[in-house]
Ligand binder design. Structure first.
Ligand code: SAM
Ligand code: FES
Length: 336
C-alpha cells in the first residue's frame, strides 16, 4: 500500500476501521522511506485580516464586526519578511483574507522585493483572475496555497455564501498551469461532512496533482454562525493527513497549526504521522492575535525568533532534521 494506489473503499476503511496508531505508523514509514528525516520550515506572514468573503466557518469573515481589522503597509510587510529571512527561513508564505487593496501591481512589487532576498515565495491570498496569477508568477512567486475546503459541492456552497466551487477548482487549475507548485487541502469535521466525502476530497487532491496538501481540523469560532458546531477531532485530522501521505508519498504535507490548537503536541504528532513541513508564524506584534481564524490559536504572544527556536528544538527532539534549502516538491523523474 506504499505506492499511492488506494481505492475509495480503502480510504474509508483507513479513516474509520483501522486502528489509528497503525495508520499513523504506516504514514510515518512512507514519509521516512520516500522523503527521509527532513522537516522543511516556512515562515508564515499574515499580512491582512480584511476579507471580502463571508465563509461561515472563518473568524475573519466579512460579517464579523467584532474583529479589529489591519493591513500591513508594503514596507512593513517586506521588513517582516526580512526579519524572517534573517532568522533562517528560506520560504516566505504571504497569507491574507481576500483583500483587493493588494491589487496586481502592489502584490507584484511586494513579491519582487521579497524575491530579492533569494528565498521561495508562496502566496495564499485566495481567488484572483488569470492575469493576476500570471503577473504574480512573472514577478517570481513560486508556490500558491488555496484549499478546496471540501469537494462536497452543496456543502461548499452552504459554507461559502456568494462563492462558487467550480470557480475555486478552476483557479487551482490555472495556478497549476502557470507552473506554480500547487498547494491545496481541506478542513476535517465540517458540519455534515461524511467520511465518504473526505475520501472523495483526498482522491480529488491526488487527481489535480497537488504538490502540497494542508489538512486541518475545523475549529468553531464563537463569533461565527458555526459557533455551536462540534468541529473536527485531532484524531480524524491526523488520520486524514496520514492517508494523504499514503496516497501521495512524495508531496509536502504540513503539520498544521490548527492541530496544535487542539493539542499542545499536535504538530509533533502530525510529524510522526506523515507530515514533513511546519509553517511557524513570523507575523509580528499585535497582528498575530488579530488574525484569528479559530479560537485557541497558538503562539499569539510569542516572537518569530521564539517560535523558530521552539519548533527547531521540538523537531530535533523527535530525531528529525531541519531541511536545508527551499524544500520544494521533489517530483520523481518522469518515467521513460
Ligand atoms: N483567503 C485565503 C484563502 O481563502 O485561501 C487564505 C486565508 S484562509 C483564512 C486560510 C484557511 O484557513 C482556509 O482555507 C480554511 O481552510 C482555514 N480556516 C478558516 N477558518 C477556519 C476554522 N474555523 N477552523 C480551521 N481552519 C479554518
Ligand atoms: Fe476570507 Fe476567511 S472569509 S479569509
Amino acid at each position: 500500500m506504499h505506492n499511492g494506489e488506494l481505492s475509495h473503499a480503502d480510504i474509508v476503511h483507513l479513516l474509520t476501521d483501522e486502528p489509528a496508531g497503525l495508520v499513523y505508523a504506516r504514514a510515518d514509514e512512507v514519509r521516512q522511506q520516500v522523503l527521509g528525516s527532513d522537516v522543511h520550515l516556512r515562515g508564515l506572514i499574515e499580512f491582512s485580516n480584511i476579507c471580502r468573503n463571508d465563509c461561515l466557518y472563518c473568524g475573519i469573515r466579512r460579517s464579523n464586526k467584532a474583529v479589529k481589522r489591519y493591513r500591513m503597509d508594503d514596507d512593513e510587510l517586506v521588513e517582516t519578511a526580512r526579519h524572517a529571512v534573517d532568522i533562517g527561513f528560506q520560504t516566505i508564505v504571504l497569507q491574507s483574507g481576500e483583500d483587493l487593496h493588494f491589487n496586481q501591481a502592489r502584490m507584484c512589487r511586494i513579491i519582487e522585493r521579497i524575491k530579492g532576498m533569494d528565498v521561495a515565495v508562496t502566496l495564499s491570498i485566495g481567488e484572483r483572475d488569470y492575469s493576476d496569477y500570471q503577473a504574480f508568477r512573472n514577478a517570481g512567486a513560486d508556490r500558491y496555497l488555496m484549499r478546496i475546503e471540501t469537494t462536497d459541492v452543496d456543502l461548499y456552497h452552504r459554507l461559502n455564501p456568494g462563492m462558487c466551487w467550480q470557480r475555486r477548482h478552476e483557479c487551482l487549475l490555472m495556478i497549476r498551469e502557470l507552473g506554480y507548485e500547487l498547494g491545496s487541502g481541506i478542513m476535517v469535521g465540517l458540519p455534515s461532512q461524511t467520511v465518504e466525502s473526505i475520501a472523495d476530497d483526498l482522491l480529488y487532491l491526488k487527481d489535480i496533482g497537488v504538490d502540497m496538501a494542508g489538512i486541518g481540523p475545523f475549529i468553531p469560532h464563537p463569533q461565527t454562525p458555526l459557533a455551536d458546531e462540534q468541529g473536527g477531532t485531532l484524531e480524524m485530522a491526523l488520520r486524514t493527513m496520514a492517508v494523504m501521505r499514503m496516497l501521495m508519498p512524495d508531496i509536502n504535507i504540513p503539520a498544521t497549526t490548527a492541530m496544535e490548537s487542539l493539542h499542545p503536541q499536535g504538530r509533533i504528532m502530525a510529524l510522526k504521522a506523515g507530515a514533513n513541513v511546519v509553517m511557524p508564524n513570523v507575523t509580528e506584534g499585535e497582528y498575530r492575535r488579530l488574525y484569528e481564524l479559530y479560537p485557541g490559536k497558538i503562539c499569539v504572544e510569542d516572537t518569530p525568533l521564539h517560535c523558530r527556536t521552539c519548533i527547531g528544538l521540538k523537531i530535533r527532539g523527535i530525531g528529525r532534521t531541519i531541511g536545508r534549502g527551499r524544500g520544494g516538491h521533489m517530483r520523481p523523474a518522469a518515467k521513460a
